[in-house]
Design a protein. Structure first.
Length: 667
């Protein structure tokens, strides 16, 4: 504590040449620093910045106290961080180097001492701002640390410190009091405006003032400030439309999407307006080129063309360039392809049994023919009227009759039966009929299932199967790249490296999905995009889509808003998002948005404009002619065989008659 007070006193004393030479003012400032600042912020790191010309006075200079490395009469910036408030561990001269913090502190008190007029250096604000808050590893945090300006307070009104630093104060002297002022970033329509926070005199400076009165949060109300917003072409999250105004003026407004619903509530809560525009690079979310520059919505924010961008996936490659909001939704990658196609073939009548089963049945049939023929050849003993033992043989069946008997029993027709006295033949035929009953029943049962549930073609269901398949692969991207392509491109998994080799980019999700429905092609896209397209274009009134959705998912990420690094208003924007998530509003917004999508599609149908990719089909699925093609082939074969038999019955006797007639004529 004593070290902290000593630092503050020395810093104030070093710039006292710019203050009125009065012990009253020194007492007021010292009391304020002692009773209020040090009381609340003694746990913070101390960062002090000196800018000015150092002049020797009677052997003792400010340079001796703070800037031993600067020569006499030099202008320059010196930044020093006190980690433990006792040892200076970091020193930055002339803003030439970016020195990171040696540890993450809870907070920092940034003392900025200016001993010359800022008008002497037109780039002072930007130069000092970039020194204290560089893009990578900043020394101070724009939205959390506490900045105290001592000396020339015009610096606090600069565009950099006035709009991009949240907690800042400066001292102004008025008669016998000291005014503590700050720059309100939003009160004057987005332009910094000086406002008075405290009026300190010899009586009030002894009191401990609450920190919220010294550094109030001025970002709760934007006073109608216009915020520039970059909107990518992620229509399943937010869809914007162009509105023609007077002259050539055009503006974009949300048409639908739950991001627009959140925006409407946030505008009422935080009192701001917006200026929307499609993101650069074809409406993309963010693409980094080889030279390191960014395009798309991330590039718009990083290049300060926009303050906020919507629907940005949180991936590692973007983390260094923009600040993330609380997640408004979550996404994961899936792929869709056409449903497995039914395979119709005349060979379906053979599918109920395997080849070995058909072979066994054929062997059993031939064996039965041989056995029946042999049984008819066996002679048996019999007693005659003279009580003499004799042998006899049954009337033998011809081979064609035996085959005809086997054929009729298989088809369950009225087959001829052997004579009653030959019991061994009848016994075998009984077992044969039992065998036929078992075989035909099993065949028919399996045939029914084949007809009712035809065999389907194979389609991949996981990303591993997709990588090994012959299916071509497309990737739906937002704009000309984005998080989806970055995740595939940066993946070291052999599965995704294989998929990447045959990957084609499709900015239009409907075209990608429609191609997947008609070809051996799989479309990889975000789950949210698939739900939107299903409700918008590719489902019938029963919810059928004609598509096969993958069973596996990958690349689970969150998406939300992105801001510029350490944007001072992000805390309250995040607060509105967290409230919406915790109350379950986001899920309800998504449900309502999909209802609006379906309703709009229904209205188009009523107007006669039906552009569905798949048609409705009422009731259960019915058998198709293709499923009966095997039976039709059998009918044709039977018809041809019968026709050939008729021709044979006609032509053979005619041929015999003509042959006999020729023989008679010869004689």
């Amino acid at each position: 504590m004593l070290t902290f007070l000593l630092w503050l006193f020395l810093l104030f004393a070093s710039s006292s040449s710019k203050f009125p030479n009065s012990p009253i003012f020194e007492k007021i400032i010292n009391n304020f620093l002692t009773n209020s600042i040090s009381n609340h912020l003694s746990h913070c790191d101390l960062v002090w910045t000196y800018y000015g010309r150092h002049e020797n006075k009677e052997g003792t200079t400010n340079q001796d106290l703070f800037v031993p490395s600067l020569s006499q009469d030099d202008d320059g910036i010196l930044v020093r961080r006190e980690i433990d408030l006792n040892n200076a561990t970091t020193q930055l001269l002339n803003g030439a180097e970016n020195i990171p913090k040696l540890r993450i502190a809870i907070c920092s008190v940034v003392i900025i001492i200016i001993t010359i007029s800022v008008y002497d250096n037109h780039n002072l604000g930007l130069q000092l701002f970039q020194t204290l808050t560089p893009h990578y590893l900043p020394l101070t945090r724009k939205d959390e640390d506490y900045y105290i300006f001592v000396g020339q307070n015009q610096l606090m009104a600069s565009p950099e410190f006035g709009l991009k630093i949240k907690n800042k104060i400066g001292f102004y002297f008025h008669e016998r009091s000291v005014l503590v002022k700050t720059m309100h970033p939003y009160q004057n329509g987005g332009n910094p405006q000086l406002i008075t926070l405290l009026n300190l005199d010899s009586n009030t400076s002894d009191h401990v003032i609450h920190l919220s009165k010294i550094f109030p949060d001025l970002t709760k109300n934007h006073f109608g400030r216009c915020i520039k917003m970059s909107i990518p072409n992620a229509i399943w999250r937010i869809q914007i439309q162009k509105v023609e105004l007077s002259g050539d003026e055009k503006k974009y407004h949300p048409k639908r999407g739950y991001y627009g619903t959140w925006l409407e509530g946030a505008m009422k809560k935080l009192n701001f307006s917006y200026e929307m525009f499609p993101s650069s690079h074809g409406g993309g979310t963010g693409v980094q080129f080889k030279n390191g520059t960014w395009a798309g919505a991330v590039g718009d924010v990083y290049n300060e063309d926009a303050e906020i961008a919507f629907v940005i996936g949180h991936i590692y490659s973007r983390h260094k360039y923009v600040e993330w909001s609380a997640p408004l939704s979550y996404e994961w990658m899936i792929f869709v392809c056409h449903s497995p196609e039914m395979i119709y073939s005349a060979e379906a009548i053979f599918w109920p049994l395997r080849l070995d089963s058909w072979s066994l049945l054929g062997t059993c049939t031939l064996f039965s023919v041989v056995v029946v023929k042999l049984l008819f050849l066996v002679r048996v003993f019999d007693s005659n009227d003279d009580d003499q033992l004799s042998t006899k043989r049954s009337s033998s069946w011809s081979l064609s009759k035996i085959v005809w008997y086997i054929y009729k029993t298989v088809l369950e027709q009225d087959a001829p039966q052997p004579n009653k006295e030959f019991s061994w033949i009848r016994a075998f035929c009984g077992f044969w009929l039992l065998f036929v009953a078992v075989g035909t029943t099993a065949y028919r049962a399996k045939l029914v299932s084949v007809l009712a549930f035809p065999i389907h073609s194979w389609v991949p269901e996981t990303f591993e199967e997709l990588a090994e398949s012959n299916f071509m692969t497309g990737l739906n991207v937002v704009g000309k790249g984005g998080a989806a392509y970055d995740l595939f491109h940066s993946s070291t998994s052999p599965t995704f490296m294989t998929i990447l080799k045959k990957l084609s980019l499709h900015p239009n999700a409907l075209d990608c999905v429609t191609k997947a429905a008609k070809e051996d092609f799989c479309c990889c896209l975000w789950e949210g995009a698939s739900v939107y397209e299903m409700n918008k274009n590719i489902s019938d009134r029963f919810g059928r889509t004609g598509l096969k959705f993958s069973q596996s998912t990958t690349f689970f990420i969150d998406d939300g808003l992105v801001y510029q690094k350490r944007a001072i208003f992000r805390r309250h924007f995040d607060f509105t998002i967290w409230n919406a998530i915790q109350m379950g509003l986001v899920d309800k917004w998504i449900e309502m948005d999909m209802y609006k999508v379906r309703k709009a599609r229904q209205d188009l149908k009523l107007d006669g404009d039906d552009s569905n990719t798949f048609n409705d089909e009422d009731g259960p699925q019915k058998l198709k002619v293709q499923q009966l093609v095997g039976g039709i082939v059998l009918i044709l074969i039977g018809s041809v065989a019968g026709f050939m038999g008729v021709l044979t019955e006609i032509l053979v006797p005619l041929w015999s008659w003509r042959k006999h007639k020729r023989e008679i004529m010869v004689i």
